[in-house]
Design a binder for this molecule. Sequence first.
Ligand code: IMP
Ligand code: MG
Length: 412
Amino acid sequence: MNIVVIGAQWGDEGKGKIVDYLANDSQIIVRYAGGANAGHTIVCDQVQYALHLVPSGVLHPDKTVILGSGMVIDPAALFEELSMLESRGIATKGRVFISDRAHLVLPRYIRIDRERDAMRQNPIGTTGRGIGVSYALKSEREGIRIADLGWQEKMDELEQEDREFLAPYRDRLQALAIDISSYLYQHRNEQVLFEGAQGTLLDLDLGTYPFVSSGMSCAAGAAIGAGIGPRALDHILGVFKAYSTRVGNGPFPSEFDSDSEDALCCFIRTAGREYGVTTGRARRCGYLDLVALRYACISNALDSLVMTHLDVYDTLDEIKACVAYQIGDRLVENFPASVAMLANARPVLRSFRGWHEDLSALQSYKDFPSAASAYIEFIERFCETPISMVSVGYDRNQTIIRKNPWKETVLS
Ligand code: IMP
Ligand code: MG
């Protein structure tokens, strides 16, 4: 059986923690998209790890982790991350592999990425990791893949700067390379976890284009980015925060108003530690956007949702969520494609009672205060999707399981 874990918002939903948690019952974890633009924070035995490229399951010492074909990999960032893990006592040898179809990110791409965004009339606010350039070259059929490292003719064609950069990494990368489709086929009877990066609203096709990343953050990306067919995916899990955040530019209809809601914004940012793991930027914060969340459920065919950061709301009297958009004189209930419409959308908010109770120590859903369950169950009804897990803190054991996704699907 396998589970796909994706972000149902604009990234930073807490996927890293959920993957780390579910990894316990899996043998293989595959990251299938993005690159070092991602930042996954995981707390394990009170130690915090920030990962960018290596799948979050790596913190479990006996698991195999694979960087999939849909990823774009900066070798310098990858080996730095592997050294960081080794230096903190996490052995990685013999259990970290890379798809030989994954693309590489070179230092030149990073320069171009930053220059291009600075020149845009409406900058996207990229993380400046060369991600967009690498995916663009892939589409132009000018990219360099892991498999190409063993192809001398291709290496000879490279610009001198690229060749010199790659020289110290060639053997090390090739030593990690595998044919991911065959590997996963051989291990098809094991428990496999597919780990997405970013989120649905940053997906190149489903997201708020052009204010998106360039990889596939959607569930369908797991099939492509891991080299297996879509029918092989068993359970799709969408992770979302009890509120919303966004890093970088682009429309965000439920964003807190910078004048009237500044105090609430500062509170959420501090309580939720809403600062980018990759860039350190303060994240934009807002109400939970249920119009967008329902869109993520539909467009990814989510089997269930995982709610995170609910404890951030513990001390508030009132909680609000966006249930529709007012755009001009129209009430809009479906997530529009048009960035212009989204930019003009005003959130229609519904109010919920706060619970004034510390959720972070709770161990079971039946102990939840009724106001917290009312918020959760409203979301389930609105999105027509069950919430299978609720996270109430950073630690592995601050995870409430309502239905274990590993046990939900019938084994084939
Ligand atoms: P890029 O992927 O670096 O090109 O960035 C494109 C957009 O996606 C920018 O708005 C980034 O802030 C955003 N972005 C990329 N990766 C992440 C992530 O892991 N979390 C949140 N936002 C991200
Ligand atoms: Mg992140």
